[in-house]
Design a protein around this ligand. Structure first.
Ligand code: PFF
Length: 441
């Protein structure tokens, strides 16, 4: 259970999105607020998603129909499905980039290049109209294949080996990155908070990142929990997933920032950050041993693509299960709709980094717009409703029964958990939203 949920949680959100969000929001202070969001909002809401899924044994929209028949709560489920669909579209663009980098690493294309070369190569690649699209479609087909062939179990078994490998490799890279010249500047950026830079954007960014990284607020973990056994300890699973996910994100930061400062790449470079910085780590840290640099870089991108795949599968599954169960179409037809739709939207997002850069929505490219609307609005909003649903709507006895597995587990912080769901989480999320809109002073 922990591995399946962690497979969904650990992905590009940790290794790609977390560092660039941290970089754009000033470093350590952002991380501190992020950690508070994970603990105070993430953990209780994750337990709630688990509980809703296991109690109802249904997909996310179906779950509300079971637990709250004929009520508007089902819209929370619908919003989650839509969020999953939109995230999958742009997430697959970035997942596709990892395939390009596998190829590049495989043909030893990083050898002998400088930081400027990597930057130029990434910009040329991501803005080119055709190449990223090929990888995007390839990645969505891979996800589609796993969903349709029902080989999810196989992938999960596979990821039980691969995830610890990714983790070990990340540890090696942290070590390499910290040994680069000027690495201490990056470390300082990560460890010394500068609260003068904290504004409403930082709060919204940290909250959105917490939801995104933990796969929360869109019913993904709810769908997974519908397969949990009645003995699964929900709080323990939530905390384990939270700890693994946070650890990987922080370690990713410890790789990226020392390296970025070392080679003079601005930490606020945005989505391109890891794709420009990491190849440098491989090049510089193993300068005396090109075989090591070759092997590690290839392994890293393969594992990153795999981590992305376990996440795209989880999003695809949410939408496919929903269409399959709610519209009574076959699973294959449902999966085809999802894959087809994501290809179309994904192409738009990908092109918006290059030829369609001028076509903007609310002053954002399609790619940024999708990211903003989902991670910073839909997921926290979904989380807020999940908190309200569990805290206020569901019978407290039912909640206690689920969290304690029918009274067999001791639940230490039950009252605190309910208090957070009822008051703290909804108010905190609302205040962050209102603050961002500029309505609070
Ligand atoms: N948590 C995943 C990551 O960090 O890469 C992304 C994600 C997966 C978000 C599934 C939402 C979701 F439902």
């Amino acid at each position: 259970m922990i591995f399946a949920s962690a497979g969904s949680a650990v992905g590009l959100g940790n290794i790609w999105r977390f560092p660039y969000e941290t970089g754009q929001h000033g470093g350590a202070a952002f991380i501190l607020i992020y950690l508070i969001c994970v603990l105070v909002l993430g953990m209780p809401i994750m337990i709630s998603e688990f509980l809703i899924g296991r109690r109802s044994r249904a997909n996310t929209a179906g779950a509300y129909k079971v637990l709250a028949p004929r009520s508007p709560w089902r819209w929370v489920g619908f919003m989650g499905v839509l969020a999953g669909f939109l995230i999958l579209s742009y997430y697959s663009v970035v997942a596709g980039w990892t395939l390009e980098y596998i190829l590049e690493a495989g043909v030893n294309g990083f050898a002998g290049k400088s930081a400027e070369d990597f930057k130029g190569a990434f910009i040329a690649f991501s803005q080119s109209p055709a190449r990223p699209l090929v990888w995007l479609v390839a990645f969505l087909f891979m996800t589609h294949y796993v969903i349709v062939k029902g080989v999810k179990k196989g992938i999960e078994r596979f990821s039980k080996v691969m995830m610890p490998m990714l983790f070990m490799l990340i540890l090696v890279l942290v070590f390499c990155s910290l040994s680069l010249p000027n690495a201490d500047k990056g470390l300082e950026f990560l460890l010394y908070p500068d609260f003068s830079k904290v504004n409403s954007d930082v709060f919204l960014g940290a909250m959105g990142q917490a939801f995104f990284s933990l796969s929360l607020g869109m019913g993904c973990l709810c769908t997974y929990a519908s397969y949990f056994s009645k003995d699964t300890d929900l709080s323990k699973t939530a905390f384990s997933v939270g700890i693994i996910d946070t650890f990987v994100a922080i370690l990713a930061g410890l790789i990226i920032f020392p390296a970025a400062f070392s080679v003079g790449i601005s930490p606020d470079a945005g989505p391109s950050l890891i794709f420009i910085t990491l190849p440098n780590v491989f090049q510089q840290a193993f300068s005396g041993a090109s075989v090591l640099s070759y092997v590690f870089s290839l392994m890293f991108y393969v594992l990153l693509a795999l981590a992305a795949l376990t996440s795209t599968i989880s999003m695809h599954e949410v939408v496919t299960a929903f269409i399959h169960e709610e519209f009574h179409v076959s699973r294959i037809a449902a999966a085809r709709c999802v894959t087809g739709g994501c290809i179309v939207l994904g192409i738009l997002c990908s092109l918006s980094l290059g030829v369609l850069q001028q076509a903007q929505l609310f002053h954002l490219t399609f790619f940024d717009f999708f990211d903003f609307v989902t991670a910073k609005i839909m997921l926290p909003l979904g989380g807020m409703f999940i908190a309200l649903f569990t805290g206020w709507y569901l019978d407290r006895k039912l909640v206690k029964e689920e969290v304690s597995n029918g009274g067999t587990l001791k639940v230490l912080f039950f009252r605190l958990y309910i208090f957070i769901l009822r008051y703290i989480a909804p108010v905190a999320i609302a205040v962050i939203f209102i603050n961002e809109l500029g309505l609070l002073g």
